[in-house]
Design a protein around this ligand. Structure first.
Ligand code: KG4
Ligand code: ZN
Length: 362
């Protein structure tokens, strides 16, 4: 079946079309279209996502992306015309993110999905954005891919701008959050520290880039920042204290030159990643984990990937998202949507009952 997926939970407007086949264990996909309209340039002057502006942009971008995606997939917006051309009825189902995220942005995607579903007489599959991130690691930007058989128990480290969670999966598509940040998400901490260092939004990649410059030079960091909750007996994280420690350090130093900024970034990144890797390691030991998935916007951080490989690569089978699929995208929503559709034996909720749920949990 052909599945159109929509993602508008934050500042990226995304539409994909996937051809999906198979059941819950032998699922394969072919990417027919995968389009993202990034709003980064629009939000840079505000130093972060400006929700009203993001909502307006989604509203403007969705019809444009739909037209481009249908064209790319060689489909028309008219089911009858698709049939005449031997393309089946065109789109068979629509998957849309309904949370978590910014509610006014989520609504834009949901309303758009409802209008299309009514026009085409197809079902809507509501998708949890975080479950999308989990499945993002199996996706490819182009061509065909299959969902591999993974050995349970599976642990997923979800690291994004709004989440830092360790999720245990004993049974396929069932999730138990065993630990999470008690304050800021790790991506949020990267973004806030970047702002303190006068680096543009989004700060994660900027911090990572200047930290890498120092790391490659082999320079040691001059500073020592805390690793909050590193030795706590649970699987929770805390990043607010680390962020505040950076603030105090900057105040103490006074004027920052470029090299000092890079050295602060290096120590901050080392501290944040050490916390993620250590707690993940502890959870792997305790739950005898066989497979580790690292997903979400921060999953593309090179230092995180290298440290995970170095410390955990021999213990577990590791999955990271392909380039371009760590951050928000609709391809992952299409994958999660199809798998849920199959799992629920093609039962879907009534469109009227689908509502944006900003604080939706896994
Ligand atoms: O998953 P995502 O695209 O959106 C949310 O659902 O939040 O994640 C965005 C977050 C931002 O905080 C961004 O700064 C962070 O991911 N990020 C990074 C890197 N690339 C993006 N953080 C650290 N290192 C990176 N290379
Ligand atoms: Zn996300």
């Amino acid at each position: 079946m052909k599945i159109l997926s929509i993602e508008t939970s934050c500042d990226d407007t995304c539409i994909s079309i996937l051809e999906a086949k198979g059941g819950i264990t032998n699922t394969s996909f072919k990417v027919l279209a995968n389009n993202t309209n990034s709003q980064i340039q629009i939000h840079i002057p505000y130093g972060g996502v400006y929700p009203v502006m993001a909502k307006r942009e989604h509203n403007k971008n969705l019809p444009i992306l739909l037209e481009a995606s249908l064209k790319e997939a060689h489909l028309t917006p008219t089911p009858l015309l698709n049939k005449e051309r031997g393309l089946g009825r065109g789109i068979d189902a629509i998957a849309v993110t309904y949370g978590p995220g910014l509610e006014m942005c989520l609504w834009e995607g949901i309303i758009f999905a409802k209008e299309l579903a009514e026009k085409w007489n197809v079902p809507i599959i509501p998708v949890n954005h975080m479950e999308g991130h989990v499945f993002s690691v199996f996706g490819k930007n182009k061509g065909k891919f299959i969902i591999p058989k993974v050995k349970a128990p599976v642990l997923t480290l979800l690291v994004s701008g709004g989440h830092t969670q360790l999720v245990l999966t004993k049974k396929w598509m069932q999730y138990e959050i065993i630990g999470e940040s008690v304050d800021d998400a790790v991506g949020e901490a990267f973004d806030k520290v970047a702002r303190m260092l006068d680096l543009p939004y989004p700060g994660g990649p900027q911090i990572s880039a200047i930290a890498d410059i120092e790391r490659v030079k082999g320079n040691q960091t001059l500073f020592s920042l805390p690793r909050p909750m590193l030795k706590s007996k649970d699987f929770n994280f805390s990043f607010a204290g680390l962020k505040t420690a950076v603030l105090y350090l900057i105040r103490k130093i006074g004027k920052l030159d470029e090299e000092t900024k890079s050295k602060i970034a290096l120590e901050f990144e080392n501290a944040a990643i050490e916390c993620l890797v250590y707690k993940t390691y502890k959870a792997i030991e305790k739950y005898k984990i066989k497979t580790l998935i690292v997903a979400g916007g921060v999953a593309c951080n090179t230092h995180l990937q290298e440290e995970m490989k170095k410390f955990l690569g021999k213990k577990v089978k590791l999955f990271f998202p392909a380039k371009g699929l760590a951050g928000d995208n609709s391809l992952m929503i299409g994958i999660a949507g199809y798998l849920n559709y199959i799992k629920n034996k093609k039962k879907v909720p009534k469109p009227a009952s689908i509502k944006a749920t900003g604080s939706l949990r896994l």
